[in-house]
Design a protein around this ligand. Structure first.
Ligand code: GLN
Length: 453
């Protein structure tokens, strides 16, 4: 068995023995859930799914829907409008607490019921039916397949949902919820009744962890800044009144639901989901909490954990004396290059350039580029991406070198750096060989103009 499946299977077999917790019993469909049901699924950034246990059991998504509908509202309205209507502070209270900010009536956050009801009401739509269809389409895009509604769960939620109705009336009274209370609450109940399997939740979580692109379908579901916001709110508010303890012990954005679903997102690594109906007193699935605590420790997933750099960034610092181009040269030119080639410094970097890697590259530039004006080849052929801020850092460092008289050549198959000035302070080439040859030509032209003594 492959090691990831084996880890999940081992956790499943061992934690299956935990008998703590109570299955939610406010509606018959949840009360009848088998407390032994226990499934785990993990979806990686390459879209591979790993799983163990009861993975074919359908269940209602319940509160695990909340971060996804929040992401939908953010996508449609933008962060400013959404924050005007719902906060982002952990409430420290139960999921169904009365949560109204003094003065504004704004619910504390979109992960508790009050905030989720407001969030649902914010999804722009022609009518309530259209609003729910948008929510269902969005959650389906997150899951990578068409989801449907468990109508029995929905009916029961409507019948028993007085506390949520009461919350909605209070919020309307306070001015933070507009529109028809009964319709809004019904849309929220329908959203909670969307039917999923544990692997669906893992794909949905993986989509958030992957910056909004579903790693299975390859479709962009939401913009990256929206995914970041949803993850941030999950990190601080996703586990209700145990959110602080969760961040301490597990250190991953997560969301639980009353049917026993639990998702956690490890940014740029994977999404994971657990289904196990017995809940602790905060309403979080007991086995899910233990499973995630163990997985986080085993694979060092805590967000505050310092992962170390994956690969060396600067892989080569050399000069055209040691690594000349292959361009044919006359004996006279060759003699000049043999004498002066050390004025052409070649620096090669690789991988993704985030802040730390770029800082490292800039340090290498400072160390290896002499003060006297010369030529610099930056070989970025093996750089796969430069983050926006780091690109600006690198661009301005290169502009600084150009302003002190250096001539710069950048080798990259695709343009990675936007020019910081017009004309750009560097010349782009598609290969390192062309870049070095160009610098040699420039060097030969200068020495021809002023023969060295
Ligand atoms: N339908 C449930 C409710 O609104 C969802 C709550 C939950 O999953 N924690 O009360």
């Amino acid at each position: 068995m492959d090691p990831v499946n084996a880890s999940l299977a081992e956790i499943h077999d061992r934690l299956g023995a935990i008998a703590d917790g109570e299955v939610a019993d406010y509606i018959p469909q949840l009360a009848s859930a088998d407390p032994r049901t226990f499934g785990l699924a993990l979806v990686s950034m390459s879209g591979h799914c790993y799983s163990a246990g009861d993975i074919d059991e359908p269940f209602s998504i319940q509160s695990v829907s909340k971060p996804f509908v929040y992401a939908l509202a953010l996508s449609e309205l933008g962060p400013a409008e959404v924050s005007r209507r719902v906060g982002a502070e952990p409430s420290g209270e139960a999921f169904n607490a009365i949560s109204l900010e003094p003065g504004t009536g704004r619910p504390a956050n979109p992960m508790v019921n009050a905030g989720a009801i407001v969030t649902t009401s914010l999804v722009p739509a022609a009518d309530p039916r259209d609003r729910f269809e948008r929510i269902l389409a969005c959650l389906s895009a997150f899951a990578g397949r068409s989801l449907d509604v468990d109508e029995d769960v929905y009916r029961s939620e409507v019948e028993t949902g007085d506390r949520n109705r009461a919350l909605a009336y209070l919020m309307r009274g306070a001015g933070s919820l507009s529109g028809d209370v009964d319709e809004t609450v019904r849309t929220y109940f329908r959203q909670c009744s969307i039917r999923v399997r544990v692997a669906d939740l893992a794909v949905m979580a993986a989509t958030l962890a992957n910056g909004g692109v579903n790693p299975v379908t390859g479709d962009r579901v939401i913009a990256e800044p929206v995914a970041v916001r949803a993850l941030a709110v999950m990190a601080t508010c996703g586990m209700y009144d145990t959110a602080g303890e969760w961040l301490l012990r597990v250190g991953l954005p997560a969301k639980s639901g009353v049917s026993g679903g639990l998702i956690a997102c490890s940014p740029a690594r994977f999404g994971i989901a657990v289904h196990s109906p017995p809940l602790d007193r905060a309403g979080n699935p007991v086995r899910g909490v233990v499973a995630l605590t163990e997985l986080s420790q085993r694979f060092a997933l805590h967000l505050m954990h310092q992962p170390g750099r994956h690969i060396a960034t600067v892989t080569e610092v050399t000069t055209a004396l040691d690594q000349p181009s292959f361009r044919a040269r006359t004996p006279g030119e060759r003699a000049v290059l043999d004498r002066e080639g050390h004025h052409i410094v070649v620096i090669r970097a690789q991988g993704v350039l985030e802040f730390t890697e770029t800082e490292h590259l800039l340090h290498a530039l400072r160390e290896s580029v002499p003060d006297a004006p010369g030529w610099i080849v930056l070989d970025l052929d093996r750089v796969t991406r430069i983050a926006v801020g780091p690109a600006t850092m690198l661009g301005s460092a290169l502009a600084g070198l150009a302003s002190t008289g250096h001539e710069l050549a950048i080798a990259a198959r695709e343009p990675l750096l936007d020019p910081v000035a017009d004309p750009a302070p560097w010349t782009p080439f598609r290969s390192r060989a062309e870049a070095v040859a160009w610098c040699e030509d420039r060097l030969l032209a200068t020495t021809a103009a002023q023969p060295s003594g």
